[in-house]
Write a protein that binds this ligand. Structure first.
Ligand code: ADP
Ligand code: CDP
Length: 211
């Protein structure tokens, strides 16, 4: 079973992906980390984020063990990731790794922007997780403060709006729900309510396959 979760920044897709993966005993890949780690490699070597050759080399050089770093989850890296993610050659360099992960024997849970549309168009379950920009900014500000970043809610709201626009308007794999995705608006849901809704969608998809 492949579960594809897509959606804009801080909509809660990563939290749901982790919880669904634990529930079904499946491996989970947070694909945003691939773009964040690519951006980190460029920044650490003082390369420009729009240097296509260096960005592709950075993407190709990633290992799935590169990821347990608090800095990757920070505000700066989220912004930088969405700049490198708009480069088609960077996306192409990261496709095989993600598709291979999705093809694990019992299946997998992947979250990102293009899982249901590009990486795993045949996923068993596709959920597009969304929430108002204000709710997402509130959540992200709380999260970043919890990580020790001194952030202002209005600055985060501005980041989120800019990043939504960049992710939606790019030519390659733009942020948009797959035609067959279920939209889950979590604006007025806490994590437990959102998880219950995602589980209901997943169970219904599995039931439809069994029928
Ligand atoms: N439904 C929700 N209600 C309140 N907070 C949430 C909800 N879902 C996630 N969060 C919190 O919001 C922050 C961003 O969630 P995350 O799952 O990382 O989002 P995404 O992966 O979409 O960027 C985290 O601190 C998470 O605990
Ligand atoms: N499958 C994916 C995942 C992330 N991304 C890009 O990487 C950036 C960071 O993704 P993320 O999922 O870590 O960010 P959050 O949604 O957690 O804020 C996004 O803004 C996208 O530009 C992408 O293009 N495709």
């Amino acid at each position: 079973m492949i579960i594809a979760l897509d959606g804009p920044a801080a909509s809660g897709k990563g939290t749901l992906a982790r919880r669904l993966a634990a529930h079904y005993g499946l491996p989970h890949l947070d694909t945003g980390l691939l773009y964040r780690a690519t951006a980190r490699t460029l920044m650490d070597s003082d390369a420009r984020l729009d240097d296509v050759a260096k960005a592709v080399a950075a993407a190709r050089g990633l290992a799935l063990t590169d990821f347990d770093e608090n800095r990757l989850r920070g505000r700066e890296m989220g912004e930088a990731a969405s700049v490198v993610a708009a480069i088609p050659a960077v996306r192409a360099a990261l496709i095989d790794m993600q598709r291979a992960f999705a093809q694990r024997p019992r299946g997998a849970v992947l979250d990102g922007r293009d899982i249901g549309t590009v990486i795993a168009p045949n996923a068993t379950v596709k959920i597009f997780v969304t929430a108002s920009a204000e709710a997402r900014a509130q959540r992200r500000a709380l999260e970043l403060r919890g990580r020790g970043e001194d952030v202002d809610y209005y600055a985060i709201l501005e980041d989120i709006r800019k990043r939504d626009a960049r992710d939606r308007d790019r030519s390659d794999a733009p942020l948009k729900p797959a035609d067959d995705a279920k939209i889950l608006d979590t604006t007025d849901m806490n994590v437990e309510a959102a998880l219950a809704a995602a589980l209901a969608v997943t169970e219904a998809a599995m039931e439809a396959i069994r029928a």
